[in-house]
Design a binder for this molecule. Structure first.
Ligand code: FE2
Ligand code: FE2
Length: 190
C-alpha cells in the first residue's frame, strides 16, 4: 500500500507536468488558433479538477496529521492552507474565462508560479518533518484515505468553503456531487 508521501508525490508530479505543458503554450498572444485555444482551455479545466481534488484531500487528511504530529504543525498548516485558499480564488476566476481572454494568461501564469512554490513548500518544509514523525502504519493509512477520497473529492475549487477538515467533510460530498453533475453537462472530467 502506497504511503501518504508516495500518493501525494504522484499528484505533484502530475500537476507539475500539466503546468509545464501549459507553459509551453501556444497562447493567443503567440498566435494560437481556435483548436489550440480550445485545447488550452480543456487542459486548464483538467488542471483545475486535479488541483481541486488534491488540495481538498490534503485539507481533509494531510494538514490535520501535520497539526497532530508536529510541534510546528499549526504554523506550517496555517501557512500552507492559506496558500491553498489563495490558489482556489485564482482557479475559480480562471475557470470563468476563455483561453482567448487576455486576463486568462495573466491568471494562469500567476497560478503556475504560486503552485510551484506551494508544492516546494510542502515537499521541502513539511514532508521531511512529517516523514520523521509518522509511523509506517499511520503513513500507509493516510495514503489509503487519500487514494479512496479521490472518488468523491470536489472537482471545483470552492474558495468560499473554509479549509477545515470538518467543513470539507460536510460540504465535500454535496459539493462533489454538484461538481460531477456539472462535469457531465460540460463533458469535463473524462
Ligand atoms: Fe497543497
Ligand atoms: Fe500538495
Amino acid at each position: 500500500m502506497a504511503d501518504v508521501f508516495t500518493v501525494l508525490a504522484q499528484d505533484h508530479h502530475e500537476v507539475r507536468s500539466m503546468l509545464a505543458e501549459l507553459e509551453k503554450g501556444p497562447t493567443r498572444a503567440a498566435g494560437a488558433n481556435q483548436d489550440q485555444l480550445a485545447l488550452r482551455k480543456k487542459m486548464t479545466e483538467q488542471l483545475i479538477i486535479e488541483e481541486s481534488k488534491h488540495e481538498a484531500l490534503e485539507e481533509m487528511y494531510f494538514w490535520p496529521a501535520v497539526r497532530e504530529h508536529l510541534q510546528s504543525g499549526a504554523a506550517l498548516a496555517d501557512e500552507a492552507t492559506g496558500q491553498e485558499q489563495a490558489a482556489k480564488h485564482v482557479l475559480a476566476d480562471l475557470d470563468k474565462l476563455g483561453s482567448g481572454d487576455a486576463a486568462f494568461e495573466k491568471l494562469l501564469a500567476k497560478f503556475i508560479m504560486d503552485a510551484r512554490e506551494h508544492i516546494e513548500f510542502e515537499e521541502s518544509r513539511v514532508w521531511p518533518l512529517l516523514r520523521a514523525a509518522l509511523s509506517a502504519e499511520t503513513s500507509a493509512e493516510l495514503g489509503a484515505k487519500i487514494t479512496e477520497g479521490k472518488k468523491t473529492a470536489p472537482t471545483r475549487p470552492h474558495p468560499h468553503t473554509p479549509p477545515s477538515p470538518g467543513a470539507l467533510k460536510t460540504a465535500g460530498p454535496v459539493a462533489a456531487a454538484a461538481d460531477k453533475a456539472r462535469d457531465a453537462v460540460t463533458g469535463r472530467g473524462d
